[in-house]
Design a protein around this ligand. Structure first.
Ligand code: GLU
Length: 438
């Protein structure tokens, strides 16, 4: 049997991360099993399902690399098929007509629940069941003649030959009804896997109010598609060991439904940002450089006298400190201008401190004597000077860093000094001595 899964979103103009995570799991499962991953656009709400909303959906899927097999099925084109099944159910006594609310607007078609307890084995949650007394008959065609979600969803899943329905656990209650529909239609039921929701820090469903919640927002914020994909895949699934940074192929290879957790998964923005840094560092250096340069150009920070060689060295040095391409502008401006700012606290703590400038002056002269300005040479000189004076090396290291970059933290100091180069390092140290001795 070929596995067939589907993603069946109702386009609203936004693609919530919870929904797209369902798509990711369907995609991973289908790819892992060598099956098919299909797309069904549940666009029966014509007011919300505008062309633009559908475009947003397709674009989000493409950006994340969620390629689907076969042509997408647009549910709005399937109304006649849905109604034909309703007729059949009526004729076989599985449904009846009722003038709902006595409006006189015509009869709705109501599905007759079989009057028995319903149960199924969920691939993630285990055995689930619901007592007959808790399930009521439900409308499948409204009195205005339009099919209801339950009917359309099941009829289309049968039509598409779906073998595994993987969706959010807000649909568990619907599944009992859907099972009754499958039985009445005489179709084989697919397997069901209900995904726990994504929650906020308070354990409530994660929503817009908690921060970015839509795929487009993460894209705008500068996240890489591979990082968002990897992060969302791990939000509720684990490959069974401690590995977290995974390529798409690795995830395909390792993905199974029995490793999907049944409890809710909490959204963690800091973790997602970390993940972005990890995937950023996996990109080829040249590609990172091109994208960083674009950011600088956009912000008017690029200058034509920045050599390509220097730029690549900076990007390489920054490594996974560049979590977003925009970090090159926000965090690393000091590599490209002499006009950088000093962080106030860092300057107070490291430069306006008894003896700090004196040490820096001495160090500056030692640096000036160096013929080759290499990280190892610089380190040797600094440690030598500290030792001679019986200082902790930190007495020199911290002030130099703040003088040269304006910042308390950053990449390895000696490598950073080497990249910035002798002339500029010396002049920056001079400048700091003048400025902070006032
Ligand atoms: N359109 C429904 C939704 O977005 C489909 C649910 C399903 O996957 O069956 O929630």
């Amino acid at each position: 049997m070929t596995i067939r899964t589907r993603f069946a979103p109702s386009p609203t103009g936004h693609v919530h991360i919870g929904n797209i995570r369902a798509a990711i799991y369907n995609w991973l499962f289908a790819r892992h099993e060598g099956g098919k991953f299909l797309l069904r656009v549940e666009d029966t709400d014509r007011e919300r399902s505008t062309d633009e909303a559908i475009h947003t959906l397709l674009e989000a899927m493409e950006w994340l690399g969620l390629s689907h097999d076969e042509e997408p099925l647009y549910q709005s084109t399937r109304q006649a098929a849905h109604l034909a099944v309703a007729e059949e159910l009526l004729s076989k006594g599985f449904a009846y007509k009722e003038d709902k609310g006595g409006t006189g607007r015509g009869d709705a078609v109501v599905f007759n629940m079989p009057g028995k307890d319903m149960s199924f084995h969920d691939e993630i949650k285990g055995d689930l069941s619901k007592a007959s007394a808790d399930m009521k008959d439900f409308v499948i065609v409204r009195s205005n003649g339009t099919p209801v979600f339950h009917l359309a969803n099941v009829v289309d899943d049968v039509h598409m030959g779906i073998t595994h329905v993987i969706r959010g656990d807000d649909h568990v209650e619907n599944t009992y009804r859907h099972l009754a529909l499958y039985q009445a239609i005489g179709a084989e039921t697919p397997k069901f896997a209900h995904l726990p929701m994504i929650t906020n820090a308070q354990g409530k469903p994660y929503s817009k109010r908690d921060g970015d919640a839509y795929v487009g927002e993460f894209r705008e914020a500068g996240f890489l598609p591979d990082a968002l994909f990897n992060y969302l895949a791990l939000l509720g699934w684990s490959p069974g060991d401690d590995r977290e940074v995974l390529s798409r192929n690795e995830m395909v290879e390792l993905f199974t439904l029995d490793r999907v957790q049944s409890s809710a998964a909490q959204m963690d923005r800091a973790k997602l940002e970390w993940m972005n840094g990890q995937h950023m560092a996996l990109l080829p250096l040249e590609e990172r450089a091109i994208r960083c340069r674009e950011v600088m150009e956009k912000r008017g920070l690029w200058r034509d006298d920045i050599s390509e060689e220097y730029f690549l060295k900076v990007i390489e040095l920054l490594g996974d400190r560049i979590k977003f391409f925009s970090d090159i502008a926000d965090e690393s401006a000091f590599f490209f201008t002499e006009d950088y700012e000093y962080e106030e606290k860092a300057a107070r703590k490291r430069l306006r401190k008894e003896g700090a400038l004196e040490g820096m002056r001495l160090l500056r002269d030692r640096f000036a004597e160096l013929e080759e300005f290499t990280a190892s040479g610089l380190e040797e000189v600094l440690r030598g000077l500290a030792e001679e004076n019986e200082w902790n090396p930190g007495v020199l290291i911290h002030p130099v860093r703040v003088a040269v970059s304006g910042k308390a933290g950053g990449p390895g100091l000696f490598e950073m000094l080497q990249v910035i180069g002798k002339e500029r390092v010396l002049s920056r140290m001079d400048k700091a001595v003048v400025r902070f001795s006032e």
